[in-house]
Design a protein around this ligand. Sequence first.
Ligand code: 0L1
Ligand code: MG
Length: 255
Amino acid sequence: MDRLVNYAEKLDTAARESTATPQITPVDTAFTVAEAYQVQKLSVDRRLARGERRIGVKMGLTSRAKMLQVGVEEVAWGRLTDAMLVEEGSALSRARYVHPRVEPEVAFLMKAPLAGKVTAAAALAAVEAIAPAMEIIDSRYENFKFALEDVIADNTSSSGLVIGSWHDPRIDFSNLGVILEIDGEVVQVGSTAAILGHPIRSLVAAARLVAEAGEQINAGDIVMAGGITAAPNLAPGQTVRTTVQDLGAVMFQVE
Ligand code: 0L1
Ligand code: MG
C-alpha cells in the first residue's frame, strides 16, 4: 500500500477508535510537510466518504507559545467537518477522545470566498460574523507527542469545536481579554492578540495556505482562528467556559 495512504488509514482509525497511534517521523525520517498535508487530506476524505460534511478550516500553531513548543515559524491548518461540532452548552463524552485538551479561540463565519494572497482588509470584508469559540484538540499520537509533520498529518490535532453567539465583525477584536474557566475557576487568561498579534492575520494566512493546497475558503465556512492560551486537559465532570470580552461566553460539559 502507498505509504501515505497507510498513514492516513492509521490516523483515521486511531481517531475513530479513540486509541493512540505511534508517531510517523521517528521511523519515516524523510516524511515532509507537503506529504503530511496529503495524508491529512486523505484521512479527512475517508470521513467525507463516510458521510461527514466539510464545514470549514482551523488554524493551528498561531501563538508564539505554540510555535516555540513545536519549534516552527509557520502556522498550520486543518479541515473541519460537521461531526466535529459540539453543541454549545451540551455535554461531550470524554470516552470519544484519546487525551483531549481545550483551547479558547475566536471563530469567523465567512460570507464570501477567500483564497490566495489577500490583504487584512479583504479578509475582513469576507467575514460575516465573529464568535467566541473553543477547540477540542486531541492528538492521535501516543503521549500527545509529535513533530510538525506528524501533527499536520493528524489534521493538526483537531477533534471538536464549540461556537458561541455570532457578532458583527465591525468591532475592534485585535486585543480582547479572554478567560478560560474550568468548574468556575480561572485556569487561563489571555488576549485575542495572542493569535499572530491580530486574529485577522490568521484568516489571511488561512487564505494563502488553503490556496496552496488548491482549495479555497467558501462562503458559509467557519474558520477557527487559533488557540489563545495553553490548552488544559479535559476530564469527566468538568464544566468548561470561555469568555471573550465584548463577544460573550461559550461553554460545554465533559461526561
Ligand atoms: O490548534 C492548535 O493550535 C493546535 C495545533 C496542534 C498542536 C497541538 O496539538 O497542540
Ligand atoms: Mg486550535
